[in-house]
Design a protein around this ligand. Structure first.
Ligand SMILES: *[C@@H]1O[C@H](CO)[C@@H](O)[C@H](O)[C@H]1NC(C)=O
Ligand SMILES: *[C@@H]1O[C@H](CO)[C@@H](O)[C@H](O)[C@H]1NC(C)=O
Ligand SMILES: *[C@@H]1O[C@H](CO)[C@@H](O)[C@H](O)[C@H]1NC(C)=O
Length: 167
């Protein structure tokens, strides 16, 4: 019985294929005004990362804020009508549909100094036609799910032989 429960818990892992990305990567200070000589850090990071529908992005910051705005407001750093606003210091934003998402800091002057980010979320169809781009983030995703499959098969065989032996 224990084995079967284990099997089911492994099977339960299969649909888990969404990712949470910490904005800027985990090695950075989070969502801050970038250094003057490296003002494109967020978009450089985003262009190396593959975002999919269902993934989330986490912004970590102090005394700052994050806004999701439209393209015009992103380009102009206009914080007067965000679609989404948060200043909790730890904001998780769900990428629930394909397309570009535009984020800026709501603090006056920060966006103009480079604290802004475009996240391009691929649709499932677009992803199939462009399979080799941005493999960096999907590599670990594939590794996780194939490990799950292997473990589940292993446990399943084990459970079956256990049941056969006990009859
Ligand atoms: C930016 O300047 C800092 C110190 O002034 C330096 O350590 C860093 O390597 C520079 N970064 C780039 C991308 O040039
Ligand atoms: C963004 O919103 C502003 C204000 O509501 C509007 O004037 C502008 O046309 C919008 N831009 C886009 C690309 O939708
Ligand atoms: C920001 O948008 C508001 C409302 O659409 C507009 O009145 C204002 O001039 C804009 N500011 C900039 C810097 O574009």
């Amino acid at each position: 019985m224990l084995f079967l429960l284990t099997v089911f818990s492994y099977i339960g892992l299969f649909p888990v294929s969404s990712f949470e990305f910490q904005v800027g990567g985990t090695q950075t200070q989070g969502w801050v005004v970038p250094p003057v000589n490296d003002s494109k850090i967020y978009n450089d990071w985003a262009s190396e990362t593959r975002f999919r529908v269902g993934d989330t992005v986490r912004f970590k910051y102090e005394k700052d804020s994050v806004m999701e705005v439209n393209e015009t407001d992103y380009k102009r750093c206009n914080s007067s009508h965000p679609n989404f606003f948060s200043n909790t210091g730890n904001t998780v934003f769900g990428l629930d549909y394909p397309g570009p998402f535009y984020f800026i800091s709501g603090v006056s002057g920060h966006c103009k100094k480079g604290q802004r980010l475009i996240v391009k979320v691929m649709s499932a169809e677009a992803e199939q036609s462009a399979p080799s781009e941005g493999e960096k983030s999907s590599g670990s995703r594939v590794a996780v799910s194939s490990l799950g499959v292997v473990s589940a098969l292993f446990v399943l065989c084990f459970a079956l032989s256990y049941m056969v032996l006990s009859f």
